[in-house]
Design a protein around this ligand. Structure first.
Ligand SMILES: Cc1cc2nc3c(=O)[nH]c(=O)nc-3n(C[C@H](O)[C@H](O)[C@H](O)COP(=O)(O)OP(=O)(O)OC[C@H]3O[C@@H](n4cnc5c(N)ncnc54)[C@H](O)[C@@H]3O)c2cc1C
Length: 305
């Protein structure tokens, strides 16, 4: 790592970070991007992305990740294969600590993404991408005229169940309590939707199937009795976990751990920007992450000048 003050440090090499890097490098800002894992972020896990513009036949997530990286590299991206562990601000300068050492910058774009909370039950990992999904917007259209289950009791779960009825013939909504934690408007919409059947108070105990999801096994939270649902897909919507631990001493976080920004992706700390799934209110899609990345890079340019 060079001993100099970079114009901007980008934390995370997913679609948000790589798009920000492309814009920053192309605009001649001295830029360093930290990524401890596979460049491209979460898209690497997507078998087929059908809703990113420019690819009418869809694109495999791994291929899209490679293309995003190649594009940023074309304009001189410098990467550091390391995780950022903390960020401090001293005057106008940010001091970034990472698993590979420390560096300084005048601005920071945080694009570290967020993870979907997993159920941790048998079959979930094995059948991920084979009917187990964490994103109804991404994968709903693959299950036209099918029976699917949504697991969760909050706004996201109910909104996803409602959205899935545009494709699926039947949607089971599974929640371990009898009461849902959603706003009344979403709850009413779900109650009025004849394709949705609430299954409560049940918790999922395993997902079964040979090469694809075939069954969901449930356990009654009150009496422990078991129940089996024949489904083609299981959508897990039990929460998100933003990768913001390393920011706790720098900026106040939202209740769900995300970072609030203005429309320029600026946070309440001058010079600190956030982009992509880590941002409060993000729709958590590749296109929104890329858009946030571009916006944040232009905002950094304006901030530095
Ligand atoms: C299976 C699956 C299918 C999907 N399908 C679609 C789809 O069809 N269409 C669609 O639009 N979206 C889809 N998505 C969602 C999409 O992948 C995300 O919305 C998008 O990747 C978010 O981009 P991001 O850059 O904000 O975050 P991420 O892609 O999560 O990237 C964040 C990066 O930051 C890195 N990072 C984390 N902490 C640190 C740290 N401390 N220091 C440095 N780096 C760090 C992570 O390793 C990661 O690489 C899918 C997601 C999954 C999992």
């Amino acid at each position: 790592m060079e001993d100099k003050v970079y114009d901007v440090v980008i934390v995370g090499g997913g679609p948000a970070g790589l798009t920000a890097a492309l814009y920053c490098c192309r605009d001649n800002m001295s830029t360093l991007l930290f990524e401890p894992m596979l460049m491209g972020g979460m898209v690497n896990e997507a078998t087929l992305i059908e809703n990113y513009p420019g690819f009418p036949n869809g694109i495999n997530g791994y291929e899209l990740a490679a293309t995003l990286l190649e594009h940023a590299k074309k304009f001189g991206l410098k990467e550091e294969i390391a995780a950022v562990t903390s960020i401090k601000k001293d005057g106008d300068i940010f001091e970034i600590s990472s698993t590979a050492g420390n560096c300084k910058s005048r601005a920071v774009i945080v694009a570290a993404g967020s993870n979907k909370v997993k159920l941790g039950i048998p079959g979930e990992k094995e059948l991920a991408g084979k009917g187990v999904s964490y994103c109804a917007t991404c994968d709903g259209p693959f299950f036209r005229d099918c029976s699917v289950a949504v697991i969760g009791g909050g706004n996201t779960a109910l909104a996803e169940a409602d959205h899935l009825t545009k494709f699926a013939s039947k949607v089971y909504l599974i929640h371990r309590r009898n009461e849902f934690r959603a706003t009344s408007i979403v709850t009413e919409r779900v109650a009025a939707n004849e394709k949705i059947e609430k299954v409560t108070p049940y918790k999922a105990v395993s997902i079964e199937g040979k090469d694809q999801v075939e069954r969901l096994i449930l356990e009654n939270a009150s009496d422990g009795s078991k129940k089996e649902l024949t489904v083609d897909a299981v959508f897990v919507a039990v929460g998100i976990s933003p990768n913001t631990d390393f920011l706790k001493d720098l900026i106040p976080l939202e209740e769900d751990g995300t970072i609030r920004t203005d429309t320029n992706m600026a946070t309440s700390v001058p010079g600190l920007f956030a982009a992509g799934d880590i941002r409060y209110g993000s729709i958590r899609q590749v296109i929104s992450a890329a858009g946030d990345g571009a916006t944040s890079a232009i905002a950094v340019k304006n901030y530095l000048s």
